[in-house]
Write a protein that binds this ligand. Structure first.
Ligand code: ADP
Length: 482
């Protein structure tokens, strides 16, 4: 089956979060099942060196303010269609934010153009390749299902919208719709209007044939006022067209036996070798050499969504119980400063690195004892899956994909060898503190802890579980059983 992914980021080329991991991994997993999945994304400067051999397959004389072309290239085993529009993408820095940390003022043009390109590929094909399914990811691709419908094709491709995080909805002034020739009757509260604004995401939720999100629990949560962020009604109206498919991870890229970012490789049979990685983390974060102290880590955007303020409240307690903490992340200034202050308050016990560092994130998974993910909401979450794969026990809030992938180490689950982490609710500082205490108690019971590590490493986390679910979804909307 021919499927076109439309997305604003894709690992390993350009990544700001879990979206990129998923967009990079699912096409490979479906490719292994014999499907032909290609990815349409912007040609950002970070991709420039990859495209020297790219062929031009479509041209646009004027794409929202300048000439553009679509270039096809295969890189890292992924087939990419890169939208080369220098007036929109050729600029340094973050792909969403300007140097002041604000959304680029022309993001409606930058990602709107991506959707125009998607609709054109759907209608005309690119170099004689025409998708049977267009799969739009998050608000940046939300207009694609609508623009495809507006083309009035005889046999349009089927469309899917996937919500990776409902907090980002692509809301723009109402007149933005004229740029995309969206007629007035499709700017209503039932269609693309969200309280007077034009919403890219809502267009994707209303006009796609199917909607998915990245875990079954998040799919249920999104139907509630507390989690739906205003979209709960739209989603409820779609009924059975909306479902959750849990994310997997790329188990080649994330493999403790071969990971080149680790100081020492290991398997579940050589867990002692993790000590070398733990020593490397302690050195990197200037933590004291306390071999018996449980080493917690955080690899995260530092935001309220991720519950990082709750963790700041719990740090003194974690240290008082004899734990150590290494934090890698960036985000809200006050939280960044909070973690730096905590590392000064607790020298040798808390270390923080503000920034984004992919190899360091692998090392941290390869040597920490536990990873903390105290999110207020978490569509799926990937760092707990990497933790499971690497034997770093996840301590997580019981929400979204965290609830679907981590089994709490209660007495029953330990006995049945199902336990692979610690979960807690509600999402407040006290519950987090109690979870950390429970985790340290388990850590001090070495045989139990070893068992938990083995359970974690045995937990199925690859795309083998979920890639067939995407394939079945595509088949159900195309009638294509090939
Ligand atoms: P979200 O997409 O909401 O940020 P996820 O858990 O789904 O959260 O995905 C986050 C991804 O980004 C993971 O692959 C994680 O390892 C990575 N990541 C987050 N922060 C950093 C960082 N500071 N350095 C390196 N990798 C990071």
């Amino acid at each position: 089956m021919k499927v076109l992914f439309v997305a604003s980021e894709c690992a390993p080329f350009v990544k700001t979060g879990g979206l990129a991991d998923v967009v990079g991994a699912v096409p490979r997993a479906l490719g292994a099942l014999g499907e032909d999945v290609r990815i349409l994304m912007p040609l950002y400067p970070a991709l420039a060196e990859r495209v020297s051999r790219a062929r031009t397959v479509l041209r646009f004389d004027d794409l929202l303010g300048g000439p553009a072309r679509l270039r096809a290239v295969t890189s890292d085993g992924l087939r990419l269609y890169l939208l080369d529009a220098p007036h929109l993408y050729d600029r340094p820095g973050n792909i969403y934010l300007d140097e002041d940390g604000k959304d680029w003022s022309d993001n409606h043009l930058r990602f709107g153009a991506l959707n125009i390109a998607a609709a054109r590929i759907a209608a005309e094909g690119a170099n004689r390749w025409r998708p049977e399914v267009v799969h739009a990811h998050d608000w940046q691709a939300g207009l694609a299902p609508l623009l495809i419908q507006l083309k009035g094709m005889h046999a349009p491709p089927a469309t899917v919208t996937t919500i990776h995080n409902i907090a980002f909805q692509g809301l723009f002034p109402w007149e933005t719709r004229y740029l995309f020739d969206v007629p007035d009757h499709l700017f209503t509260p039932d269609t693309t209007e969200y309280w007077g604004k034009f919403s890219f995401l809502k267009a994707g939720l209303v006009f796609a044939d199917r909607i998915t999100t990245v875990s079954p629990t998040y799919a249920r949560e999104l139907l509630t006022h507390a989690f739906g962020m205003g979209m709960e009604g739209v989603l409820a109206a779609r009924g059975a067209d909306f479902s959750g498919i849990v994310n997997g991870i790329d188990t080649e890229q994330w493999n403790p036996a071969t990971d080149t970012a680790l100081a020492a490789n290991y398997t579940s049979r050589s867990l002692d070798r993790r000590r070398t990685n733990r020593a490397a983390i302690r050195a990197r974060f200037t933590l004291a050499d306390m071999p018996d102290a449980p080493l917690f880590c955080v690899i995260s955007r530092l935001t309220g969504q991720k519950g990082m303020d709750l963790l700041l409240e719990a740090i003194d307690d974690l240290v008082a119980r004899g734990g150590q903490l290494a934090v890698l992340g960036s985000g809200e200034r006050s939280l960044e400063q909070g973690f730096l202050a905590a590392s000064q308050r607790h020298p040798g016990s808390v270390g923080a690195e503000i920034g984004y560092d992919e190899p360091l994130s692998h090392l941290m998974q390869g040597g920490s004892d536990a990873i903390l993910v105290p999110s207020r909401f978490e569509p799926c979450g990937l760092t707990q899956l990497y933790g499971l794969r690497y034997g770093t026990l996840p301590v997580v809030a019981r929400t979204g994909g965290l609830a679907d992938t981590v089994t709490d180490a209660d007495a029953d689950a330990i006995r049945q060898r199902r336990a692979n982490g610690v979960t807690f609710a509600p999402d407040d500082g006290d519950a987090l503190r109690r979870a950390i205490h429970r985790c340290i108690d388990l850590f001090e019971d070495r045989p139990t802890w070893r068992g938990l590590m083995r359970n974690a490493m045995r937990t199925p986390v690859s795309w083998d579980r979920s890639a067939p679910l995407y394939r079945a979804l595509y088949q159900s909307i195309t009638g294509n059983k090939a």
